[in-house]
Structures are given as structure tokens and as C-alpha cells.
Write a protein that binds this ligand. Structure first.
Ligand code: ZN
Length: 303
């Protein structure tokens, strides 16, 4: 490689910090992320069985990848997978300015019947994946909804990019559970040829040699490499793309668990309910206890 320009220390492994990269000569951009303590912190708030912990871990990786595409700190990306009759009823993750959170609502008894390694279809049945970008300022709000199909959430998310944004994309995720410790990492690569918009851009997907080349290299990345804590994200980019003329890398936001719950927030929510309904929710002391679905904290609210 002639030029690998970066503002990051190559010795870092980048746990909980996405790495952005661009390959200008191929009109490609990418993101790599490996979740560590932020993931343990989010999962530790719940008592999730292994298949649910792994599912949420993958979703959080994707939310981090999508979030690291945002340019504005006020912008938010929300990923929501849901079904009417699935074992998993709802999965929600969101990202804003490096703050990550997520939870899964599921049927514990039905999950137990599915065995150790349920497929995405077994978990959700016929479901939908909604991805919402709440851009700050004039970007406004944009939501795309696609069927929850494919082997993984990553595949469903690729469909979102192709169908809703007309951006050819490759997403690779790797998740692993060792005892109580969950590891999760992912790669996103996209083709964004300048001057090509919408359908025109999508049309280039199959026959564009630059994108085919980038895809061919990116697909060689193995799960073990993604999850290897000894291998920095910078080193992964180098392994995949060292023959390119130029690759630029930029470290992203450090990721933290962020929950925006507070007694004030829940009081505002409760005050929107009619008095009769609030009366039914109050305990003997006149307090309404609200559980935050994301972080499992309980809030006693006088409302
Ligand atoms: Zn919370």
C-alpha cells in the first residue's frame, strides 16, 4: 500500500470504538467494530438465555456500525425487529453519539422449546426490520422497513440498504458466548460511487468491477479474526486491503451504554395517562413503579 493515512494508534485494539475507513480509488467506505465492556454492561442488566444474548449482541454490533455512519452528534439510529406471533416479540437497539442501548422482549417458554441454536426465522417467524435515522437539523427523519429474512440480522440489514437506500452493502457479524462473556464484532462495507444516485447506483451492484473487488476482499474476513482481541481493527483493514493504493482510517466515538431513562422522563410519560388509569397503577403508598426495559432499573414515580 502506498498510503495508509490515519489518526489512530495502530497498537490499539479498538474494543468499544468503531474504526472508519475509506478506499477512495474503489469508491468504498467501511466500518469495523468490536464490542467488549459496553456489551457486557448492556447484557448484565438482564438475565437473557444464550440465544437472546447472542441475538442482542449482533443487533448492538449492527447499531454501532450504522451509528458510526452518522455525522452529527444529535442524530440517532434506531433498529427495531418485530413480529406479531414470534418467540421474540420485539428487539430494539439505538445509538446516539456513541451511546448504545438495547433490549429484547421474548417468550421464555417458547424459546426453551427451540433448542440451543435457533435460526433467525425460528426466533421471529415472519417479521420486519425497521431502521430509522433521526438526523439532526435539516436531514429530518427517515425510516425503511424490510422483511426480516436471511440467516442473520446482518443479512436483513443488507436488504435494508439495497431496498431502502439503494446502497450496495456487505455486513459481516460474529458473535460468541464463552460462559457469561459475550464477544461480538462486525464489518460494514459500502459502495458509494460519486455522482451515481438511487436506482442508477443500485444498478452498478452486479457489474461494477470496483465493488466486486472490494466485496471479494471483504468476504475473506473470518469470524475468528473479527473476534480476536489480539488483532486490532487497524490490522484487519491492513490484512484485507493492503494492496490498495490508498486506505484512510479514522477512529470513531468511544461506545458507552447510554440509557435516557430518568424519574422526570417517566413522570412525563405517566402524566399523559388519564387519572383513572394512573389510579390503577399506584401502590398503597401512592407510588407508580416503572421498569426501564433497556437497563432494568426501577423508578418509583409520584404521578
Ligand atoms: Zn434505562
Amino acid at each position: 500500500m502506498d498510503g495508509m493515512t490515519n489518526d489512530v494508534d495502530a497498537a490499539e485494539t479498538f474494543s468499544d470504538k468503531p474504526l472508519a475507513f475509506t478506499i477512495p480509488s474503489r469508491d468504498a467506505r467501511g466500518r469495523l467494530v468490536r464490542l467488549d465492556s459496553v456489551l457486557q454492561e448492556i447484557l448484565s442488566a438482564h438475565d437473557y438465555p444464550a440465544p437472546i444474548a447472542l441475538l442482542l449482541a449482533e443487533a448492538l454490533v449492527i447499531a454501532s456500525l450504522l451509528g458510526s455512519l452518522l455525522k452529527d452528534d444529535d442524530a440517532q439510529v434506531t433498529m427495531q425487529a418485530q413480529t406479531e406471533a414470534g418467540t421474540v416479540r420485539l428487539l430494539v437497539c439505538d445509538y446516539r453519539a456513541g451511546e448504545l442501548r438495547g433490549y429484547v422482549d421474548f417468550d421464555r417458554e417458547r424459546l426453551a422449546e427451540l433448542g440451543a441454536n435457533p435460526s433467525l426465522f425460528a426466533l421471529f417467524g415472519k417479521g420486519f426490520l425497521a431502521i430509522t435515522f433521526d438526523g439532526a437539523g435539516k436531514q429530518g427523519r427517515y425510516q425503511g422497513i424490510v422483511p426480516l429474512e436471511g440467516e442473520t440480522l446482518g443479512e436483513a440489514c443488507e436488504t435494508y440498504f439495497v431496498q431502502s437506500e439503494q446502497v450496495p452493502s456487505l455486513i459481516k457479524t460474529a458473535v460468541r458466548l464463552d460462559g457469561d462473556t459475550c464477544s461480538a464484532a462486525g464489518l460494514l462495507v459500502q459502495h458509494l460511487p460519486e455522482g451515481e444516485e438511487g436506482r442508477e447506483r443500485l444498478h452498478t451492484r452486479l457489474d461494477h468491477p470496483e465493488w466486486e473487488h472490494v466485496m471479494a476482499l471483504a468476504t475473506t474476513l473470518r469470524h475468528e479474526e473479527l473476534l480476536d482481541p489480539e488483532l486490532s481493527l487497524e490490522a484487519i483493514v491492513w490484512r484485507l486491503f493492503h494492496e490498495e493504493t490508498e486506505v484512510r482510517t479514522i477512529a470513531g466515538h468511544s461506545l458507552v451504554r447510554g440509557c435516557r431513562c430518568s424519574p422526570e422522563h417517566y413522570r412525563d410519560v405517566l402524566m399523559k395517562f388519564p387519572e383513572e388509569e394512573r389510579a390503577e397503577m399506584r401502590d398503597d403508598e401512592g407510588i407508580i413503579t416503572v421498569d426501564c426495559a433497556f437497563c432494568s432499573r426501577k423508578f418509583p414515580v409520584a404521578a
